[in-house]
Design a binder for this molecule. Structure first.
Ligand code: FPP
Length: 232
């Protein structure tokens, strides 16, 4: 099937899975898998620019990932920190807005300030918005939204009230959620936001992600018939 530039997802969300297995197959430590996964992050951002995707969300660290060894967690934090520092100019040159979702409170202070600075520095850019999901959990997002609604003394809560209190309030719902590595579950990702998302579970491990795999996502999306509960 040919690629139709007109029917593109506005928001592509990716659960980047398979870094650990990629490393294990090569007899490498898990953090080498995350390092290779980081290179795939750089590639997917370039594909989004090339194929004009407006929003890309990357699930980089979940509320459940604290269960991993400290060494692995610190390694992931280092990758995020260094990536943002190294690519600061590139975000500006390419008109990329960098945003994040999730609760940054438990993160190291310097990492929080790197994230806050890049968010501020790129807030006016609009070619592509890259959303990093960090200490993000769909349930936690909903719980924090409900608490802020209560604290504001809001009555008569509607769907819009909830949407406007989630971390994603400025971001459209994902059109397609992709999880690499062949696992077929959502693992507490954007639970409220994915009510009408399409799903796609390619077998490829995240560090192997390439342009062919990216185009397969777009083609898969183009074959889907989205009806939102209606009839066509
Ligand atoms: C899942 O693979 C991957 C992670 C939990 C971390 C991924 C994080 C990065 C690649 C860094 C991202 C940084 C930015 C700036 C977006 P896994 O370890 O669960 O793999 P496995 O299931 O094969 O063990």
């Amino acid at each position: 099937m040919a690629f139709k530039p007109k029917k593109l997802p506005t928001h592509l969300a990716i659960i980047m899975d398979g870094n650990g297995r990629w490393a294990k197959r090569r007899g490498l430590p898990r953090n080498q898998g995350h390092k290779a996964g980081m290179a795939a992050v750089e590639r997917v951002i370039n594909y989004c620019l090339k194929y004009k995707i407006k929003y890309l969300t990357l699930f980089a660290f979940s509320t459940e990932n604290w269960k991993r060894d400290k060494e692995e967690i610190d390694g992931i934090f280092d990758l995020v920190r260094n990536y943002i520092k190294d690519y600061r100019d590139s975000f500006v040159e390419n008109n990329i807005k960098v945003d994040y979702i999730g609760n940054l409170k438990p993160f190291p202070e310097d990492l929080v300030s790197v994230l806050e600075n890049i968010k501020k520095k790129t807030e006016k850019f609009d070619e592509l918005t890259v959303v990093l999901a960090l200490n993000y959990g769909g349930r936690d997002d909903i719980v924090r939204a409900v608490n802020s609604i209560i604290n504001e003394g809001c009555k008569n809560i509607t769907n819009e009230t909830i949407i406007n209190h989630l971390d994603t309030k400025n971001i459209p719902e994902p059109d397609i959620v992709v999880r690499t590595s062949g696992e077929q579950r959502v693992s507490n990702f954007m639970l409220y936001q994915m009510a009408y998302s399409e799903f796609y579970f390619p077998k490829i491990f995240w560090p192997d992600f390439n342009e062919k795999a990216f185009l397969k996502i777009l083609k898969t999306y183009q074959k889907r018939d989205r009806r939102y509960g209606g009839i066509k």
